[in-house]
Design a protein around this ligand. Structure first.
Ligand SMILES: Cc1cc2nc3c(=O)[nH]c(=O)nc-3n(C[C@H](O)[C@H](O)[C@H](O)COP(=O)(O)O)c2cc1C
Length: 220
């Protein structure tokens, strides 16, 4: 597969959540997903356990079932005070406009979730909610970098991804759909995967890192 030839800095600053610019009608080859996963397993993990598991979903019936769960979750999430839509109303200026765009884009994805060419479900052994307090960070940090590496590798190959978690409101039902033993395995996310329409993506408008960084002593 040809790659876009992005520099590392371009890759790191332009890997966005792609929802509206996914080509739903163009399948993603299994080999391309396998190629991206080879980068995922290069990521760090606590004690080098490499306990990650990835479930790739391309079956239309399973995607439809997950899409239904996702939409149920989306309906519930949209009513929460912490949703992107609700947050947009508490903000002003550029951030409010950005949040409104996120809500519209996320709503579009929810409507079309069953049409995404592939879904990637990163999983970990054990139930994260049963881990001792310090264990939760280690568990999550042992799958998040690998999944992000997958997403970066996908971007370099003309694929768009979006990290989603809303189906986890019904994780047990999703586990049944996918044959995952719910008591023994935690689903971490549902990453949507598809070829992008165009490959030009821009860095997001964000406050500079200096506004969220302290040196040596925490400031209130
Ligand atoms: C933990 C996590 C959960 C997220 N869940 C969802 C989700 O369920 N649905 C969705 O459309 N986007 C979801 N997102 C994507 C965010 O909305 C997105 O990262 C954010 O708006 C910034 O946009 P950008 O990734 O394009 O920079 C999630 C992202 C993270 C990191």
């Amino acid at each position: 597969m040809t790659t876009l030839g992005l520099s590392a800095d371009e890759l790191l600053s332009t890997t966005r959540s792609v929802r509206k610019r996914i080509d739903f009608d163009r399948p993603v080859s299994d080999d391309l997903i396998r190629e991206c996963l080879e980068f995922a397993v290069q990521a760090p993990s606590g004690s080098n356990r490499q306990g990650w598991r990835f479930l790739v979903v391309t079956d239309n019936d399973k995607k439809a079932a997950l899409g239904d769960l996702y939409r149920r979750g989306w309906d519930a999430y949209s009513k929460l005070g912490t949703s992107a839509g609700a947050l947009a109303e508490t903000l002003d200026g550029d951030h409010a406009a950005q949040m409104t765009r996120v809500r519209e884009s996320a709503s579009y994805l929810a409507e079309n979730m069953h049409r995404v060419p592939a879904m990637l479900i990163p999983c970990l052994p054990g139930r994260v909610n049963k881990a001792p307090e310090t264990g939760v960070s280690s568990m999550l940090a042992s799958i998040v970098p690998s999944t992000w590496s997958f997403m970066l590798a996908a971007r370099e190959r003309g694929l768009g991804t979006c990290w989603t978690t809303i189906h986890l409101m019904f994780e047990e039902e999703a586990s049944t759909v996918l044959g995952i033993p719910f008591e023994k395995v935690t689903q971490i996310a549902l990453i949507t995967v598809g070829h992008t329409i165009g490959t030009d993506f821009r860095p997001a408008a964000r406050p500079p890192a200096s506004t969220v960084t302290d040196w040596n002593t925490w400031t209130a």
